[in-house]
Write a protein that binds this ligand. Structure first.
Ligand SMILES: Nc1ncnc2c1ncn2[C@@H]1O[C@H](COP(=O)(O)OP(=O)(O)OP(=O)(O)O)[C@@H](O)[C@H]1O
Length: 325
């Protein structure tokens, strides 16, 4: 496990990591989410002793990184796929890592095979695509068969087959009882991969909870309804105590889990429905809502995402036109 206690890192005026306390448990994939500049990479560097905390503490299975005898056999990490000596082949890069960590060289062939780089093992790393470099970084992380794995944006540069592969790999590592801590901006991918989430914004902890709980708490499931007899339907729903939001374009949204009730009500009163569909909240919606106030970098042309998010959140959670109970 990885344990953080009051972990804080300041770079001059910037408080990159602000009093983080959480534990990354074994046996599950823990997703580490946050907007750009939230402090994810800094946190991971602190875990690996690549940076020193301003205050607080981080331990790997109860020890500081610099007290681990052969670190690669305790924790394997991929932080920056391009941080490889470009003149070395994939094979030699991994061999150097193995030799300096007391890992048998036979393991190099195994991990090359696991990540699908055997055919290019003798090619120099500087000629690798980002996707190949990611795979090489993952091979390095797996080399010492560590109990703990930490990946910073592992799907970066991977094609759909590669993304599917990394998802399966992470799940199988967790199923073996290992600790898997992974950051990503790919919300749909995270939703399929992670069991648990740690979310930070501007260095601070925003959530530390299961995926299901995170979505339930931070986003809303609803039933989407369209009807040519909208006013009649609104009256019926109002009478039945169903909370309805008018979302524009003649679409009504009723709070979750009531599709059957609405369908039966409409049938009983011979109200025609053109659409009745349950919409499940997504991780992306939940993430955007939770982090809307801590997004540091916005685009200011086209559709400004942060502004849109805040406005949408306000409408959805307070200022929206609501009808019914
Ligand atoms: N070595 C450094 N010197 C000064 N400031 C730094 C340094 N490293 C990180 N920062 C600052 O700390 C904050 C957190 O950065 P960090 O890279 O950890 O965020 P992140 O969540 O990984 O972002 P991203 O999702 O964009 O990769 C940012 O404001 C960044 O500019």
């Amino acid at each position: 496990m990885i344990e953080l206690e009051g972990l804080t890192k300041r770079y001059g005026e910037t408080l990159a990591v602000n009093n983080l306390t959480f534990t990354v448990e074994p046996g599950v994939v823990t997703g580490f989410l946050g907007p750009n500049g939230a402090g994810k990479s800094t946190t991971m560097r602190l875990v690996l002793g690549l940076d020193h905390p301003t205050s607080g503490d981080v331990r790997i299975d109860g020890r500081h990184y610099d007290r681990l005898r052969n670190p690669l056999t305790s924790i394997g990490a991929l932080l920056d796929a391009k941080a490889v000596h470009g003149g070395r082949s994939a094979f030699h890069h991994l061999l150097c890592l193995a030799q300096s960590n007391g890992i048998p060289s036979a393991r190099v062939h195994e991990v090359l095979d696991t990540v699908g780089l055997t055919a290019v093992a003798r090619k120099k790393a500087k000629g690798f695509s980002l996707g190949m470099a990611q795979r090489l970084g993952i091979a390095g992380a797996l080399l010492g068969e560590p109990r703990i794995l930490m990946f910073d944006e592992p799907a970066n540069g991977l094609d759909p087959e590669g993304i599917h592969w990394i998802r399966t790999l992470m799940k199988s590592l967790a199923a073996q009882g290992r600790t898997v801590f992974v950051s990503s901006h790919l919300m749909s991918e995270m939703a399929l991969t992670a069991d648990h989430l740690v979310v930070i914004g501007q260095g601070r902890l925003l959530a530390d909870t299961s995926m299901a709980d995170f979505i339930e708490r931070n986003a809303r499931s609803y039933v989407r309804i369209r009807s040519p007899q909208r006013e009649r339907l609104l009256d019926l729903l109002h009478g039945a105590g169903v909370t309805v939001v008018e979302s524009g374009g003649g679409v009504l949204e009723a709070d979750g889990g009531k599709a059957e009730l609405i369908g039966e009500l409409a049938a009983r009163h011979q109200v025609v429905l053109h659409e009745l569909s349950t919409r499940h909240a997504s991780l992306e919606e939940a993430f955007m809502r939770l982090t809307a106030e801590s997004v540091e970098y916005h685009a200011h042309s086209g559709t400004p995402l942060g502004t849109w998010t805040r406005r949408a959140a306000r409408q959805e959670w307070g200022g929206g036109r609501r009808k019914g109970a």
